[in-house]
Design a protein around this ligand. Structure first.
Ligand SMILES: [Fe+2]
Length: 374
C-alpha cells in the first residue's frame, strides 16, 4: 500500500487493484481504535451524531503496511490494514456484480448435469469436518442430502427424523402447517402439495414474510410409480434470462408482485420481485433470491399500461424453467432428506405419485446455515 494523496476531505492510497479514495468522514466513522470499536466484539462504540459536523483528515501516512490517519477536530487516530481497506473499498466503477460472480458470495449456480449432490450420512453428523462440508455444499449448490434416517409410515420414536436433521443447523421455523408438515395425498388438501398431482417447479411460501430460507423434505415411504423429484437452480435460470433477454430480466427484477395463501384461519400475503438482485454495494445487480410459485402468485397489480409487458417477461422466465438442461431429476429414497435453499433452488414433482408416498417437511431460517462459521 502506498499513499497517493491526502486532503482534509479525502485520502487516496494505492491498493492491489489500483488507487482507491476514502472520505474523511467514512474513515472516522469506521475508525479501528479502542475508543471507537469494542476490542472484544468489534462493535462500534459511538453514534454518528457524536462526530463533529466537519470531520477532516489532519494527517495520514503509511506505517508498516498500515494507513495511519489522525482526524480533526476530535484528535482521534486510527490505523487501517491494507487488507481491511481492500475488503471495504468503495471507489469502484458501477456495474452488474462488478466485483464478484452472480449470486450471493459462495454460490456456484449449476446446470442439471453439473450437480453432484453432496451427501451426509447421519452416522457422520458429529464429525465436524463432514458437517462443515455439508454446510459448504448448501452455500455453494443450495442443496444437499442427509441419509440414514427413519423409514416407514410409523417409524420408531428414537429413529432420526426431520427435526433432528434441522437441528444439525438450528431450530425448525414453525408455520401454520405446524413444526413438521406431512406431504401425502389428502381428501381435502389445504394445498395442492398435499395431493398426488405432479407439481411444477417452485419455491415454497413466497406469501410469508420473511420467506423461509431453507426447506427440508424427508422421504419416509417412496412411490412405486412417479414421484420423481425435479430440482432447478433458480440463480442459473435467472442468469440465462439475463443473457438471453436482459429487458425481461430487468423488468422481473424491478417489479414487485403479490403472493397470497389463505385457509386454516390465516390470510398470508407478501410481495416482492420474482428475481431479487443486490440493489447496492460492490455486488449491485448480483442475484440474491428467486421466488416462483404458480399456485400462490396473486393477481398481478401493475398499472394497466405495464401489464402486457410484465406478462411477456413472466412467461419468458416461466418457459425457461422447463428447459431439460436446467432440470436435475432423481428419486428421493426412504431414509433420505434433502435440504435446500428455498429462495434459490426450485423443487417439483414429475408425474403422478402413488398415494402411498409419504414425506415430512419443515423449514429453517437461512442464517442458521449461511451465517455459520466453521
Ligand atoms: Fe413445495
Amino acid at each position: 500500500m502506498r499513499l497517493v494523496d491526502v486532503s482534509p476531505e479525502v485520502v487516496t492510497v494505492e491498493l492491489a487493484d489500483g488507487p482507491a479514495r476514502f472520505h474523511a468522514l467514512w474513515l472516522r466513522d469506521n475508525a479501528r481504535d479502542d475508543a471507537s470499536r469494542h476490542a472484544g466484539n468489534d462493535q462500534r462504540l459511538f453514534d454518528v451524531t457524536e462526530l463533529a459536523d466537519e470531520v477532516v483528515v489532519a494527517s495520514a501516512e503509511v506505517v508498516d503496511g498500515r494507513l495511519v490517519v489522525a482526524f480533526g477536530p476530535d484528535g482521534a487516530t486510527s490505523a487501517f490494514d491494507a487488507g481491511w481497506l481492500e475488503a471495504h473499498r468503495y471507489d469502484v466503477a458501477a456495474g452488474v456484480g462488478s466485483r464478484a460472480g452472480d449470486g450471493p458470495a459462495g454460490a456456484v449456480p449449476w446446470l442439471a448435469a453439473d450437480l453432484d449432490l453432496h451427501r451426509l450420512a447421519w452416522a457422520d453428523r458429529d464429525d465436524r469436518e463432514s458437517l462443515a462440508a455439508t454446510t459448504a455444499a448448501l452455500v455453494r449448490d443450495g442443496v444437499a442430502i442427509v441419509h440414514g434416517l427413519a423409514v416407514g409410515e410409523d417409524p420408531p420414536a428414537d429413529a432420526p427424523g426431520i427435526v433432528d436433521v434441522a437441528g444439525l443447523w438450528g431450530p425448525v421455523r414453525a408455520t401454520n402447517y405446524g413444526e413438521v408438515f406431512l406431504v401425502r395425498a389428502e381428501a381435502n388438501p389445504t394445498n395442492l402439495a398435499f395431493t398426488p398431482k405432479a407439481l411444477n417447479v417452485h419455491t415454497d411460501n413466497p406469501y410469508r414474510r420473511p420467506v423461509p430460507g431453507y426447506q427440508l423434505l424427508h422421504c419416509l415411504v417412496a412411490s412405486d410409480v412417479g414421484g420423481v423429484t425435479v430440482l432447478l437452480d433458480g440463480f442459473r435460470a435467472a442468469e440465462v434470462l439475463r443473457d438471453e433477454d436482459p429487458a425481461a430480466f430487468d423488468l422481473l427484477a424491478t417489479t414487485s408482485v403479490p403472493f397470497r395463501w389463505s385457509g386454516d384461519g390465516f390470510d398470508l400475503r407478501n410481495r416482492g420481485p420474482l428475481i431479487e438482485v443486490e440493489d447496492g454495494g460492490p455486488r449491485a445487480g448480483a442475484i440474491r433470491a428467486v421466488r416462483y410459485n404458480n399456485r400462490s402468485a396473486a393477481p398481478f397489480d401493475v398499472p394497466f399500461d405495464e401489464m402486457a409487458g410484465l406478462y411477456e417477461a413472466f412467461r419468458t422466465f416461466a418457459r425457461l424453467l422447463h428447459r431439460p438442461e436446467l432440470e436435475h431429476r432423481f428419486t428421493l429414497a426412504p431414509g433420505e432428506c434433502m435440504v435446500f435453499d428455498n429462495e434459490r433452488v426450485l423443487h417439483g414433482r414429475d408425474g403422478e405419485a402413488d398415494p402411498g408416498r409419504f414425506l415430512h417437511g419443515c423449514y429453517l431460517d437461512r442464517d442458521w446455515i449461511h451465517g455459520r462459521v466453521g
